[in-house]
Design a protein around this ligand. Structure first.
Ligand SMILES: [Zn+2]
Length: 374
């Protein structure tokens, strides 16, 4: 992108942040920098000029009360996350607020007052790629095109209707955004329980052994959607990633992020523990797309500690999605496997597997046998 073009984009952004709403709505503003106000109402008068640290203190004091107003906490978290945003992101946030059914004017006022006093951090225009700008303008949160919903209270808020029309979806896990990359969620990679059916119950993630206080990190960059205590998960963090996936980190001992906070690859989201329904300290780690659990072992190589392939095709099955790393079309039979389970796992049928491999459905499989799955 040329410098001139960057400057042009940035001029537009500045107009969007500070001036466009002023032209469109009844406002009062000064001549130096417009503080756009929609009526008199703000959320927290006493915090209009407070620093992010002061807002955090206020939020923490509310969190220590017996009755917690989740809406107020969410709004405060939003104010805190704004302090880390740049102009593009603030503009996109305000845009998205105007698109809500009930436009939260008081919140917009609060944000406007805040950014007037704490101008958003600038980023080098040279570092911005056009697609990134487009992405930010289109959505407030990562991968909004897949989800169109941002729920900060429930780890799995999505209905089946979100995915039931899908047949297959290609996701680019790495390499499209400036700030991407992948790391494993913890240092240790001893898996104590794998993905799938365990004693008649579905285990929607994997369990990795850890010691209490071990750092747990976000595997991709994204934005924290949920960071709260939730039933059997205990203290749980859910991160929405720009590549479309959501990852979940459960049984934490401590949170290190709040809902709405942007995280980088490898940023600590919490400290490991055994909160919730957990016997002994471990990390319960889930990877989901549109709320449906994927087998992390189909996406990540736990020995090499990297993603198997940057491109992955998610094939819709009756019960979820089967992840097929691009170029991977053979399955190596493990102890206890049968054709039904393999077919289910890869979103295909027993007869299709038999046809592809010239075998009969009552043939024995042996450990190490390679089965063509596509
Ligand atoms: Zn688990």
């Amino acid at each position: 992108m040329t410098k001139k073009f960057s400057f042009y984009i940035f001029s537009i952004i500045s107009i969007v942040v500070f001036a466009l709403p002023a032209l469109a709505y009844d406002t009062k503003r000064d001549t130096v920098r417009a503080t756009v106000m929609y009526g008199q109402q703000t959320l927290f008068d006493q915090l209009a000029y407070a620093s992010p640290e002061r807002i955090k203190e206020y939020r923490d004091s509310l969190l220590s009360l017996d009755r917690i107003d989740i809406d107020i906490i969410d709004q405060l978290n939003l104010m805190i996350s704004i302090s880390k945003m740049n102009k593009v992101e603030v503009a996109s946030l305000i845009d998205s607020l105007f698109e809500m059914n009930l436009i939260p004017y008081a919140l917009i006022n609060q944000i406007n007052l805040y950014i007037n006093n704490h101008p958003p951090s600038d980023i080098s225009p040279i570092d911005l790629m056009p697609e990134f700008i487009v992405n930010l303008f289109q959505s407030q949160f990562p991968a909004d095109t897949f989800y169109k919903d941002w729920n900060t209270l429930i780890p799995h808020p999505y209905k089946n209707s979100l995915s039931n029309k899908d047949t297959s979806v290609k996701l680019i896990l790495e390499g499209v955004l400036i700030n991407d990359g992948f790391v494993m969620p913890i240092e240790n990679d001893v898996m104590t329980s794998s993905f799938g059916w365990r004693e008649g119950k579905m285990h929607s993630g994997i369990d990795l052994d850890l010691e209490v206080w071990d750092p747990v990190v976000s595997v991709f960059p994204g934005v924290v959607r949920v960071a709260k205590y939730y039933g059997g998960y205990g203290r749980v963090v859910v991160v929405r990633h720009y590549n479309g996936l959501e990852t979940l980190y459960a049984h934490l001992h401590r949170f290190k992020v709040v809902s709405g906070e942007k995280v980088e690859t490898g940023q600590v989201v919490g400290l490991g523990g055994s909160s919730g329904r957990s016997s002994g300290s471990h990390l319960h780690f889930e990877v989901r797309f549109k709320g449906l659990a994927l087998n992390p072992a189909h996406l990540f190589d736990f020995n090499k500690r990297e993603i198997i392939n940057a491109e992955v095709v998610l094939k819709k099955t009756p019960s979820g999605y089967a992840a097929l790393p691009k170029g991977v079309n053979m399955y190596v039979v493990k102890k206890g496997d049968n054709l039904f389970e393999i077919a289910k796992q890869y979103g295909t049928s027993i007869s299709k597997l038999c046809e592809l491999n010239s075998i009969k459905r009552n043939n024995f499989l042996y450990v190490g046998q390679k089965i063509r799955i596509i």
